[in-house]
Design a protein around this ligand. Structure first.
Ligand code: LLP
Length: 457
């Protein structure tokens, strides 16, 4: 294990290590989270398991909130919506709300989870490019802050559903700004040839604003942009904001007042020591506020309320996955030998390596080893050769069945995108804070899976 992976928070409060801030290595070599050694965690909550450093997630949420509040204090203020798609449970939604965040939901299931956690509807937003009637009705009934409308067809649909429910839907329009940013093609969202949003380039965005203004049962309150995910540069956000502001100016010229702007999520994190260190929340907030200030000074329009929707940057670094090592196998490859280390989970609890070629690192979690390291690939137990957890990592050559292995930075889009492939039960999530373990989501059992099977014989 490379000790520098457990690096301390940087001075401005933006921890940039790949491990959560309360993870340390004991002299015995055992990893310890918020005072609880991983061996104890695995005994009480068998692997595979997501382990959440609750205080880490809360402090990252607070860092975003404070950064935005501070940067926008002289403007019209800011809201931070935690993007629940990254990871959501009732308690987690409540913790985010307690830290002053709102919750961005992308389905009825996410919305209901946040509500069940005690978050008021008025602190939730609803996203999605293909919302059902049930989702729109639920959002209206719960009084969500806004519904983000994704297409002209959906604009008409939301209006009809609102009318039938004697309601006026507060809406944002999601605009496609043409700014291409983000890691993998599948997670970049603001270029033209993809499914999200109303194109600024082709004029559909303006058509939608004009139409929304005409409709009786929607109230256009904001414009939204989300340019992609895992972005570690500020330029794309600033460019997208500028495009959104040009659209806002046009709207005002037509007598359509738009006083809320949502710049989406997508702020990058470090998965391995090789990744760039993303700008801190403070730096992102400063850049965004600067663009807003310039727009306000140039146009004389009132400062808009500005929202952002970070998901990954709050929860990814706060969790690691704890696995138990099973089979270890040396395989001859062109340049020598690669050791395949199989663990008791895999692509069903982390699809990101298979889906986006995402890189992770891993560490022996419960003991020291003096053995020299060797080139390893950590793989899962699925019937699929692409079932890779960590493509390339140096691990001690005495790694063996029964060892605990931890893979950091799995908090975002890990449990949230988990599946039951090969009829594997999905792992649960246990939170650790001040030496106390709290189960947020229990692990599924095979009985849970069989309970869905309707065969009566
Ligand atoms: N807002 C909107 C409208 C989004 O579509 C997303 C992510 C977010 C906020 C949050 O983005 P974040 O801050 O977490 O990057 N499953 C992929 C990422 C897809 C993200 C989809 N939308 C992954 O595992 O990398």
């Amino acid at each position: 294990m490379n000790m520098e992976q457990l690096e301390a928070p940087v001075p401005d409060g933006a921890p940039h290590g790949v491990w959560s801030i309360n993870t340390e290595r004991l002299p015995s070599g055992e990893l310890c989270v918020a005072g609880v050694p991983v061996g104890q965690i695995a005994q009480e909550f068998p692997t595979p398991r997501f382990v959440l450093d609750a205080n880490d997630a809360r402090s990252r949420a607070r860092a975003w909130k404070e950064a935005m509040d501070q940067a926008f204090a002289d403007l019209a203020g800011a809201h931070v919506y935690y993007a629940g798609k990254a990871f959501l449970s009732k308690a987690f939604a409540r913790w985010m709300y307690e830290e002053g965040l709102h919750i961005d939901t992308a389905s009825e299931g996410e919305l209901v989870t946040a509500l069940a956690g005690g978050v008021p509807g008025s602190a939730c937003g609803l996203h999605g490019n293909n919302k059902s009637r049930a989702e729109i009705e639920r959002a209206l009934r719960e009084g969500v802050a806004h519904i983000v409308v994704d297409s002209l067809a959906e604009l008409e649909f939301v209006n009809v559903v609102a009318q039938e429910n004697n309601a006026v839907a507060p809406i944002y329009l999601r605009l496609t700004t043409g700014v291409h940013a983000g890691g993998h093609e599948f997670i970049a969202t603001a270029h033209e040839d993809q499914k999200f949003g109303l194109s600024v380039t082709t004029g559909v965005a303006r058509q939608a604003m004009a139409r929304a203004h005409e409709l009786e049962n929607v109230q256009l309150i904001g414009l939204h942009s989300h340019i992609g995910s895992q972005i570690s540069a500020t330029e794309g956000f600033a460019q997208a904001a500028q495009v959104i502001f040009e659209e806002r100016v046009w709207a005002h010229e037509q007598g359509i007042a738009i006083n809320e702007i949502d710049l989406g999520g997508g702020y990058g994190i470090r998965y391995t020591a090789a990744d760039d260190i993303a700008p801190s929340p403070r730096e992102f907030a400063r850049i965004l506020a600067q663009v807003v200030r310039e727009h306000v000074e140039k146009t004389g329009l009132p400062a808009p309320l500005v929202s952002i929707e970070p998901g990954r940057s709050i929860v990814a670094p706060a969790m690691f996955t704890l696995y138990t090592v099973g089979t270890v196998k040396d395989v001859a490859i062109d340049s020598g030998v690669r050791t395949y280390v199989s663990v008791d989970g895999g692509m069903s609890d982390n699809i990101r390596p298979a889906l986006y070629e995402a890189d992770y690192t891993a560490a022996l979690a419960a003991r020291n080893s003096q053995a020299p390291t060797q080139r390893c690939r950590v793989v899962g137990k699925h019937c699929e050769s692409g079932d890779i957890v960590v493509r390339n990592v140096a691990l001690p050559s005495d790694i063996h069945a029964g060892d605990l292995l931890a893979v950091p930075a799995t908090g975002a889009y890990g449990r949230a995108m988990a599946s039951n492939y090969n009829m594997l039960p999905r792992p649960g999530v246990v939170a650790v804070e001040d030496g106390v373990l709290t189960e947020l989501i229990r692990s599924e059992s095979i009985d849970d899976l069989l309970a869905l099977d309707q065969d009566q014989q």
